[in-house]
Design a protein around this ligand. Structure first.
Ligand SMILES: N[C@@H](CCC(=O)NCCCC(=O)O)C(=O)O
Length: 255
């Protein structure tokens, strides 16, 4: 179980949304496309997995990897000890994402976090966020211009510098800086002791982290899923994630 036609099965976190008058859970095609392109099979995970005992735990036995997607919604601030409310929150996604991270960390299931997904990995491990980066003058603009066409919104806008000897550097085979897109208003204030810093933007903002004591739990603040096949760094990141998921599956089936 857990692989389909020898491909690793990747649980994908969805967002609470609405389709017309109906509540719905959605995931952008770009996340599913990037998984398929790298050789995995995406399985969107409904928030209802948290509604009955053992539903999540039992589902986890099937999965070989977890993709924590981006989202316009923000994590509710009380999760990281901050005050106030988010106008765009998704509490059921918060609950599912944190539970998935806890299970995947314990079982060493590969995790790849993107944008909100990075923020979830941080908060789930005791770290904290800046609720509005734009309120801290030292940070450059990390938000996208929503008036631009999609392709321009997801175009590279600043460099990131990987930490030498980190997991990211190892996966890319180089410590050279590279350009990334940027579509977020929040960011890491404090990564917490369990996470290793993997890369920073020129303004010092932490742009990538990984979980210590885990073979592959990597998260990035940018969007490698956007046209992942056309960018060498994005391709490598997704390929490495799916390889880690395949290795996890192999190990699990020999237990
Ligand atoms: N809301 C958070 C996280 C930003 C984020 O994940 N953006 C993704 C936008 C939609 C997508 O491309 O999936 C923040 O503002 O920091």
């Amino acid at each position: 179980m857990g692989t389909i036609f020898d491909k690793p099965l990747i649980g994908v976190v969805m967002c609470q949304n609405a389709l017309g008058d109906h509540p719905a859970q959605t995931v952008h095609n770009k996340y599913l496309d990037a998984i398929v392109l790298a050789g995995g099979v995406p399985l969107p995970l409904p928030h209802q997995l948290m509604d009955a005992p053992l539903l999540l735990e039992n589902s986890m036995t099937l999965l070989d990897g977890i993709l924590l997607t981006g989202s316009p919604s923000n994590i509710e601030p009380w999760h990281y000890g901050a005050e106030g409310k988010e106008t765009h929150a998704d509490p059921s996604r918060d609950r599912l994402a944190f539970a998935l991270i806890t299970h995947a960390a314990g079982k060493k299931i590969p995790i790849f976090g993107i944008c909100r997904g990075l923020q979830e990995l941080v908060v789930a491990n005791g770290g904290a966020l800046h609720r509005q980066l734009s309120e801290t003058p030292a940070f450059q603009e990390h938000r996208e211009d929503e008036a631009l066409p999609l392709a321009e919104r997801y175009a590279p806008v600043h460099n990131v510098q990987p930490e030498p000897e980190g997991l990211l550097c190892q996966l890319l085979g180089s410590a050279a800086a590279f350009a990334v897109n940027s579509l977020h208003a929040q960011g890491i204030r404090e990564p917490g002791p369990q996470l290793r810093i993997e890369a920073r933007a020129p303004d010092g903002l932490i742009e990538a982290v990984s979980l210590r004591q885990h073979p592959f739990a990597l998260a990035v603040q940018w969007h490698p899923e956007w046209q992942s096949g056309e960018d060498p760094v994005s391709r490598r990141l997704f390929t490495a994630f799916i390889h880690a998921a395949a290795a996890y599956h192999k190990e699990k089936s020999h237990e």
